[in-house]
Design a protein around this ligand. Sequence first.
Ligand code: ADP
Ligand code: ADP
Ligand code: MG
Length: 694
Amino acid sequence: MLESVLIANRGEIACRIIRTAKRLGIRTIAVYSEADADALFVRMADEAHPIGPPPARESYLQIDRIIEVAKASRAASIHPGYGFLSERAEFAEACLKNGIAFIGPPPAAIRAMGLKDAAKALVQKANVPVVPGYHGAKQEPDFLRQKAYEIGYPVLIKAVAGGGGKGMRRVDKAADFDAALESAQREAQSAFGDPRVLVEKYILSPRHVEIQVFADRHGNVVHLFERDCSLQRRHQKVIEEAPAPGMTPEMRAIMGNAAVEAARAVGYVGAGTVEFIADGREGLRPDRFYFMEMNTRLQVEHPVTEAITGLDLVELQFRAASGEPLTFQQDDLTIKGHAVEARLYAEDPERDFLPSTGKLWALEFPEGEGIRIDTGVQAGDTVTPFYDPMIAKIIAHGTTRDEALDRLAAALEHTIVAGPKTNVAFLKNLCEAKEFRTGPFDTGFIDRNLQALGAVPQPVDLQAAIYGLTELVGSEVLRLSRLQKANLNLPLRRSPWAALDGFLLSGHWRRGIRAVVNGETVDGVMEWLPDSAALFKGKSAIGLGPIAPSSEYSDWWEKAFEANWLDPYAAPTRAPELGVTIVAAGKKATPQDEMLVLRNGRQTSVRMFDPFDVDLEHMDAGSAVKAPMHGKLIALFVKPGDIVEKGQRLAIVEAMKMEHPLVAPLSGEIAEVLAEEGAQVAEGARLISLKVDE
Ligand code: ADP
Ligand code: ADP
Ligand code: MG
């Protein structure tokens, strides 16, 4: 077995690799960027070395720097994880040249599968069916448009160097082709440094079904069955499962065999995935699946395969890299039960899945039968804008598909994340969606059901706001009571009517408050009645608040005071009977602190209005266009003096692997452009200002 491994990656996959390495007694070496100095994977590794500034191209993509660290720490091997350098043949070559085992296939295999056009041509020779289309060298727009016409719309334009769903555009009619081509090429150039594309038939009712393959260095190749990754958004996987619903043993054997042939055709070694697209209009049929690409690395969703086979794929990778032959053959493998994985992201489904960053004030995952959590962060860590916004993968295994999905839904329901917005409610809705549970579904399922899945703007959760306000007022009262105790040696009071009993002449305590709920100012009255109930009546922009209390609620409220809000990262206050969890976002619970109220998987932020906290920068809200997040201004379409229409595209900011178009909030004239194309921009920075038509 290998003596040591350097993990050229970060986050959850680095943690995942370290876990298996430790179990096998392999010394673990982490490398990290400045942004990750305190990250969980750095803490978990036996040793860790800095490799550069936060942007990946200055750290995790620095081949020379990583090899240098590997040599200095005498690493016997390098595991690239997924993403970053995992599919860069030069990196695998650099490892081998320096006598370090690369945990992955030979450079030639990476190269052969690296470009989608060449890969298609290659596997076609091995009699693997491919999607019909043009995957030649010519790139002239007129020529490609002609090809699209010959293939027949709808077509898909794909970056030949593509990955992660980038540089890909579906085109439904000729009139849209040129614009789609231009943007696909631009995205491909920026993401992969290669603008070339291919054009292929867009398969109708597409199902993404992929086969996990594994090969040793002695010519043995097996497949570990399929995964269905059809629940996608923007061509990126959201939920993956194994086995694929509707898969028959015959079709599995045919697909598995095609994948093994594709792997053999390139002399593959280690773990790899052959991705197919199946035309699902009449269910899965052996004559209707086509090769898309091969990912020559460990895949994000490998845990579902581990769950149904009982194998540890990272262990198998280590064994293959140390030259051990496979200890089993195809016929020894069987499928046990069903497994599903959900990717928990820091993003806001209610705002078009805009990535969300910031400190994780609370992060808790449930334990349960058949539940596995793969994460790279802990409470107190920060989701930064530099890398993929995945917080965790939640994997559920059961004897049947329904059981696995029920377990996943329950696990999502009991997952607590406060700080960044997440897709947890969206994922839970997906697990419970009837069509996904029972019916035919395809890669368009999410887009067709955004409304039902809750991925549209929704009204403020007033009930949650009330709970948060109660906590805020309560923490203020508690502090007051503590002061009294300190100064007057009075007993510690836990509730306002107790602490303020001198004021409770009329039998209830009432106070006008101005709060800020999800950034909007709300005026209301808060009341405590003699039966110790709390009310909030709001008469404001967000309307009249419901009346909260029940006797259960007041019990809970009493208990809430026992939580010690003066601790940083104090444990969240929980009221399971009300379905809420309240987390203080701030070092000390002062009245100006923010309370994050989690309810039904949504997060509502509440704080008291602070008259001294006027934000001059943001006073011109309507006429300024600001960066929605930290990122890079990759395109600017306007200059001062231009007349624009409301909704017109003004610029594109790229952040967290996605392009975010910025549009004119109003019609008017461009007054100022405050950033240059190519500049790094900070969240909230004013980029463009408009002179608005009167
Ligand atoms: P997979 O094909 O393994 O399921 P995806 O298709 O979702 O993965 O992602 C494609 C690519 O996006 C990955 O190969 C990797 O380059 C990148 N990626 C996804 N998640 C992460 C992450 N957490 N850290 C770094 N890169 C990532
Ligand atoms: P990437 O390298 O970005 O993973 P893929 O070629 O694997 O690119 O495609 C990503 C996703 O796009 C697939 O999972 C599938 O949902 C969709 N897709 C790709 N090719 C087609 C096609 N020809 N027809 C329909 N959908 C497709
Ligand atoms: Mg793919």
